[in-house]
Design a protein around this ligand. Structure first.
Ligand code: PEP
Length: 251
């Protein structure tokens, strides 16, 4: 049985007051969610510690939104995997389309970052997905397969034991255009097939999340698909009631 996960990615939003109010309302709501759903919040790195303190005693896990590809040293402005470990961070997003498009994260950078995370025992949430142009050109599966295999070919099975994959079609991120449940299911089944080429065990165990304009209205249909193990939620994770409803829809 694969883990069910809902992760909220705040991106570069919020402040201390927001973090305080969000976490106190979220804490109240958790007891109403189904048992067995893993809850993850990815606040901006400067608020990781604050959010961890506010959620102490709850099962909510922390994710970072990014990590340096280097271990330590003269890399001004960067945050290392060891620093994240020090803050009790459990997960880290890698390869988010905004990092790939705006900050030049390449397949090689993604592999280096995952390497640093594995060294610290932090579980990578590897984001993959195609642009609209690539989908229109019939290249969606090829793009996703390349993003996945560059990682799968670089690590052994034990390094990948904690891997989580998030299928996030670029055309659906922050656009309000969600993939239909059928599109999501087809791509998730394909992701699982690519994982199986590396290891049957990995394919059986690795949670594959959907991300891209998930909201309280579409979450149930998306999460109801066989190969959709939960969601990576951006914009809607900034509205605590909406996010609570999304968590509630995963039964
Ligand atoms: C994301 O940033 O990972 C994301 C899925 O964003 P949104 O839900 O806003 O589309």
């Amino acid at each position: 049985m694969r883990r069910k996960i809902i992760a909220g990615n705040w991106k570069m939003n919020g402040d201390q007051a927001f973090a305080r109010e969000f976490t106190s309302e979220f804490r109240e709501a958790i007891s109403g969610f189904s048992d067995g759903i893993e809850l993850i919040l990815a606040p901006p790195s400067v608020y990781l510690d604050r959010v961890a303190q506010n959620l102490e005693g709850t099962p909510v896990a922390l994710a970072a939104q990014n990590v340096s590809e280097y271990e330590s040293g003269a890399y001004t402005g960067e945050v290392s995997a060891r620093m994240l470990k020090d803050l009790a961070v459990t997960y880290c997003l890698v390869g988010h389309s905004e990092r790939r498009a705006l900050y030049g994260d390449t397949k090689e950078t993604v592999v280096s970052k995952i390497g640093r995370l594995c060294e610290q025992g932090i579980q990578p949430i590897l984001c993959v997905g195609e642009t609209l142009e690539q989908r229109s050109a019939g290249q969606a599966e090829q793009v996703v397969a390349e993003q996945l295999t560059s990682v799968l070919d670089s690590f052994n099975d034990s390094d990948l034991a904690g891997l989580v994959v998030a299928y996030e079609p670029v055309w659906a991120i922050g656009t309000g255009k969600t993939a239909t449940p059928e599109i999501a299911q087809d791509m998730h089944a394909f992701v699982r097939q690519v994982l199986a080429e590396k290891s049957q065990e990995l394919s059986r165990r690795c949670p594959v999340l959907y991300g891209g304009s998930v909201n309280a209205g579409n979450a149930k249909a998306l999460f109801g698909q066989n190969d959709v193990d939960g969601g990576l939620v951006g914009g809607a994770s900034l509205k605590v009631n909406e996010f609570n409803n999304i968590c509630m829809s995963m039964g």
